[in-house]
Design a protein around this ligand. Structure first.
Ligand code: NDP
Length: 293
């Protein structure tokens, strides 16, 4: 029997409707309208699409948004000045700096300069530290979207073997941290896993993947995870977005995985829509926290 598709698009729609209602309730109770400021440096086509999608999603949820466009030759100092302006602007609840930034910019310094209270991507070291201690202020959007998807499909992770492939600060590392934690604020059933975090120096990746009940692939290599690597009945979450001549392709060989796994996320329409959705949740959370402070 083929696997069931984890429909990220449908889950995203459901969560966005909930967020819209929460925003309306917050504003009706006297709160300010949440506002997301997105900073886009340069003309990277994929970044333009991502930022546009984020703006549209904000609008649908009743969240105000501002797109700050800066030229491709912007310096670190100019970008820091803009970030500091947004930090000081009380109408801005959340700030996101769209990655990747041009090479001449010190991206680490820029991300470290975003006010941790407005850091809706949860990239600031304060926020990463809080997540590692199980007392998050914000959860990073992609891993949080994945947890929400597992949750809404009742795929519990407690006691399960999870293999996360990829150790980036944006996806792999926080995913491993969240799934191996106590699940505070997530529902403990959706954490408490035994997690193995793999990367390009992992000695025998196929045998590690083969033991996993849940595989999260965040590598950036088209169809890297093949059916022969997977344990029958595994849950396969494909984070990868790879632009190929055949269009967008994930890090998992989708058709093959469908024959072996129990659940598989498609690309597109899997994890991607949830990433944007959790950004809205974080922007609302930021507005609420700032209002309550
Ligand atoms: P990075 O390039 O930052 O990290 C990739 C990771 O994969 C690294 O840890 C790298 O290992 C590991 N890796 C690369 N090659 C291999 C290999 N042959 N075997 C094992 N591990 C390997 O990528 P991101 O985490 O930012 O993104 C991963 C993918 O997810 C991309 O396709 C990206 O577009 C997509 N993405 C999708 C999102 C969504 O919303 N759906 C959001 C964010 C990203 P090492 O550290 O050793 O180099």
């Amino acid at each position: 029997m083929p696997a069931e598709i984890l429909d990220g698009k449908a889950i995203a729609k459901q969560i966005q409707a909930e967020t819209k209602q929460k925003v309306a309730n917050f504003v009706a109770a006297g709160g300010p309208q949440p506002k997301l400021a997105a900073v886009l440096v340069g003309e990277d086509p994929a970044s333009q699409v991502y930022v546009r999608n984020k703006e549209r999603a904000c609008k649908r949820a009743g969240i105000d948004s501002e797109l700050v466009r800066m030229p491709g030759d912007t310096t670190t100092e100019q970008l820091l000045e803009k970030v500091n302006q947004l930090n000081a602007d009380s109408a801005v609840s959340g700030i996101l700096v769209q990655l990747p930034l041009p090479d001449q910019i010190d991206a680490r310094l820029v991300l470290d300069t975003v006010d941790p209270n407005k850091d809706v991507d949860a990239f600031h070291p304060h926020n990463v530290g809080l997540i590692s201690q199980g007392r998050h202020r914000f959860l990073p959007c992609t891993p949080h979207g994945i947890v929400q998807m597992l949750k809404r499909y009742n795929i519990e992770t407690t006691g399960k073997n999870v293999c996360v492939i990829g150790r980036s600060d944006i996806v792999g590392k926080p995913m491993a941290m969240m799934l191996s934690g106590y699940g505070i604020g997530l529902g403990g059933e959706f954490a408490n896993a035994t997690v193995t975090l793999c990367h390009s120096r992992t000695a025998d990746l196929p045998s590690t993947v083969a033991q996993a009940d849940i595989v999260v692939a965040a590598i950036g290599r088209p169809k890297f995870v093949t059916a022969d690597m997977l344990k029958p009945g595994a849950v396969v979450v494909d984070v990868g977005i790879n632009r190929t001549d055949d269009g967008l392709v994930g890090d998992v060989d989708f058709d093959a995985a469908m024959q072996v796994a129990s659940y598989v996320t498609p690309v597109p329409g899997g994890v991607g829509p949830l990433t944007v959705t959790m950004l809205l949740e974080n922007t609302l959370a930021a507005a609420i926290q700032q209002h309550d402070a």
